[in-house]
Design a protein around this ligand. Structure first.
Ligand code: URA
Length: 209
């Protein structure tokens, strides 16, 4: 069974409240999304294995630990996922960043990929798909499918806010993908927005409302 982890650290929850507030303008919104993404990256990487090394300090040789050769790929879903990249790169600076863009076909209502540029070695990387809002789950599930079709094996999904419907959809489609969120909200409304949510994450990040 895939894991759902709600990251309820006080700093994450405090900053998420500010992000939700409709009075928060784009500049502050962007900064807060970056900060929360950084804090979430700390938890999402908790299972990374360590290896022991020796470090010469000014005093003696210390047996110390470093992350064991893990190669990470971040995959923001365009466009709102972009807002979470910089915060994660602050903690995982060696990560490569791929991008996936999707739109919904108005006739079939199926997600269609319009852009995909990935690191060439995604099969060897721990991939973290990032999208602030897990609403219906359609885009996230489709993005994960596209990544698997290109060889990805080890994928996590990280979102700020999820609707129960979105979590269910991703878990049904991808039983192997662990999901990390800062909050699970009540539901989706008739327009596909998460309630209470934070509105349109892309518009709030980029000031396009
Ligand atoms: N995308 C958003 O930006 N907000 C929602 O509430 C749902 C999807």
């Amino acid at each position: 069974m895939p894991k759902l982890q709600v990251l309820d650290h006080p700093l994450i929850q405090h900053k998420l409240s500010l992000i939700r507030d409709e009075e928060t303008g784009s500049k502050e919104f962007r900064e807060l999304v970056e900060e929360v993404s950084m804090l979430m990256a700390y938890e999402v990487t908790r299972d990374f294995p360590l290896q022991e090394i020796e470090v010469k300090t000014p005093v003696a040789i210390a047996k110390s630990k470093v992350i064991a050769g893990r190669k990470v790929g971040l995959v923001p879903i365009l466009r709102a996922g972009l807002g979470m990249v910089d915060g994660m790169l602050r903690l995982i600076p060696a990560a490569k960043v791929g991008h996936v863009g999707l739109y919904r076909d108005p006739e079939t209502l199926m997600p269609v990929e319009y852009y995909c540029k990935l690191p060439p070695d995604i099969a060897e990387r721990d991939l973290i798909v990032i999208d602030p809002m897990l609403a219906t789950g359609g885009s996230a599930a489709a993005a994960i499918t596209f990544l698997k079709e290109r060889g990805a094996k080890n994928i996590k999904l990280m979102c700020l806010i999820a609707a129960p419907e979105g979590i269910q959809a991703v878990q049904n489609a991808h039983a192997d993908v662990d999901i990390f969120v800062a909050a699970v909200d009540e539901r989706l409304n008739d327009h596909g927005y998460i309630v209470p949510g934070l509105g349109d994450a892309g518009d709030r990040l980029f000031g396009t409302k």
